[in-house]
Design a protein around this ligand. Structure first.
Ligand SMILES: Cc1cc2nc3c(=O)[nH]c(=O)nc-3n(C[C@H](O)[C@H](O)[C@H](O)COP(=O)(O)OP(=O)(O)OC[C@H]3O[C@@H](n4cnc5c(N)ncnc54)[C@H](O)[C@@H]3O)c2cc1C
Length: 278
C-alpha cells in the first residue's frame, strides 16, 4: 500500500497537551502551508502524523479476499446467513440452501451484529449510523495528504485522477432492514461549502456523486471484541463506530490469535461484550 502513503493533518487552533501521542506533531502556519500550500490563510496551524497512511477500500479488501481464498477460505456473497444455532457442540448456520457447521463462530456482521448478539442472548447498546461521502469532478493536483478539519465536520483527500473525496462524519438516515440509506443533502452542501471556504482551488469543482454506508456504533464508541460471555466457541467483532477500516486488519490478526492459541498479548479486556452487563 506504499503508493497511498500520505500524512494526515488536523487543523487545530488549540495547543495539544502531552498525552503520549508521539505519532502526532503540532505544526505552525508556516509548516502547514509548506505541506498544504493551497490552504486558506485563516488556518493557523495543525497537527501532522507524518507516518500515517491511506488505502483504497476496494483494492485493499480485494487483496485480503484473494489471500483468504488462496488459503482455503470459502466465501458466499449476496445471501443471508440465518438460523444460527449450536447443535452437538458445533455452531450451525444456514446460508441459502447450504448449512455450514464449525466449532467456532465469529459474529462480524457489522451493523447487523447487534441483532445476532441479541438473538444469542447477549444484547448490547448498538446504534446504526450511516456516514456519507461525496466525490467531485477532477481538479488540478493541489494536495497530497489526507486532511481532517477540527471544529467543523470535514475530511478529504485527492486521488491521482484529480477527483476529491469529501467526508467527515455527516450522517444519512439508515434503513437497516433494506440495507439502504437516505442522504442528507443539506449536510453534504455544508461540507462542500467548508471545502470551498478553505480551498479556493475547489470553488469550480462540481459534486459528481454521493453515497452512504451502514455502520454499527457503540454507546462508548469502542468496538465489541473477544469471546462471548455466554457461549463456548462464539466470538464477537463488531461496533467499530466508523473506525473499522483502519482497525480491521489488526483486529482480524488478534481474533485469529484468540481462536487458534486461546489468548493474545494484546490488551482487549476493555472491549469485552460483558462491559455492558457488568
Ligand atoms: C462512508 C463511510 C466512510 C468510512 N470511512 C472510514 C475511514 O476513513 N476509516 C475507517 O477506519 N473506517 C471508516 N468507515 C468505517 C468502516 O467502513 C467500518 O467501521 C467497517 O467497515 C466495519 O467493518 P465490519 O467488518 O465490522 O462491518 P462491515 O464492513 O459492515 O461488514 C459486515 C458485513 O456483514 C454482512 N452481514 C451482516 N449480517 C449478515 C447476515 N446475516 N448474513 C450475511 N452477511 C451479513 C454485511 O452485509 C456486511 O457486508 C467508514 C464507513 C463509511 C460508511
Amino acid at each position: 500500500m506504499r503508493q497511498f502513503e500520505r500524512a494526515s493533518y488536523l487543523f487545530c487552533p488549540a495547543p495539544l497537551t502531552p498525552r503520549g501521542f508521539t505519532h502526532e506533531e503540532l505544526i505552525d502556519g508556516t509548516e502547514l502551508r509548506r505541506l498544504v500550500p493551497a490552504v486558506a490563510e485563516s488556518c493557523p496551524g495543525g497537527v501532522v502524523s507524518r507516518r500515517d497512511g491511506a488505502a483504497q477500500p476496494a483494492r485493499t479488501t480485494t487483496a485480503f479476499r484473494r489471500k483468504a481464498e488462496q488459503l482455503g477460505t470459502t466465501i458466499r456473497e449476496g445471501v443471508l446467513a440465518t438460523n444460527i444455532r449450536k447443535e452437538q457442540g458445533r455452531w450451525h448456520v444456514d446460508v441459502g440452501a447450504e448449512t455450514f457447521a464449525a466449532p467456532v463462530l465469529v459474529n462480524a456482521a457489522g451493523a447487523w451484529a447487534g441483532r445476532i448478539a441479541a438473538l444469542l442472548g447477549e444484547p448490547v447498546p448498538v446504534e446504526t449510523i450511516a456516514p456519507m461521502l461525496m466525490i467531485t469532478s477532477p481538479v488540478a493536483h493541489f494536495i497530497d495528504p489526507v486532511v481532517i478539519l477540527r471544529g467543523r465536520k470535514l475530511s478529504f483527500k485527492q486521488f491521482p485522477n484529480g477527483t476529491v473525496l469529501i467526508g467527515g462524519g455527516h450522517l444519512a438516515t439508515p434503513d437497516q432492514d433494506r440495507n439502504e440509506t437516505v442522504l442528507d443533502w443539506r449536510k453534504l452542501a455544508e461540507s462542500a461549502r467548508t471545502v470551498a471556504e478553505l480551498f479556493e482551488v475547489m470553488r469550480g469543482a462540481t459534486i459528481t456523486r454521493a453515497w452512504a454506508g451502514i455502520e454499527a456504533r457503540m454507546r462508548d464508541d469502542i468496538p465489541v471484541f473477544g469471546p462471548s460471555a455466554l457461549h463456548e466457541g462464539l466470538y464477537h467483532q463488531f461496533g467499530f463506530s466508523a473506525h473499522g477500516f483502519q482497525l480491521g486488519p489488526g483486529a482480524g490478526a488478534v481474533m485469529a490469535e484468540l481462536i487458534v492459541h486461546g489468548g493474545t498479548q494484546t490488551r482487549i479486556s476493555g472491549l469485552s461484550i460483558a462491559r455492558f452487563s457488568q
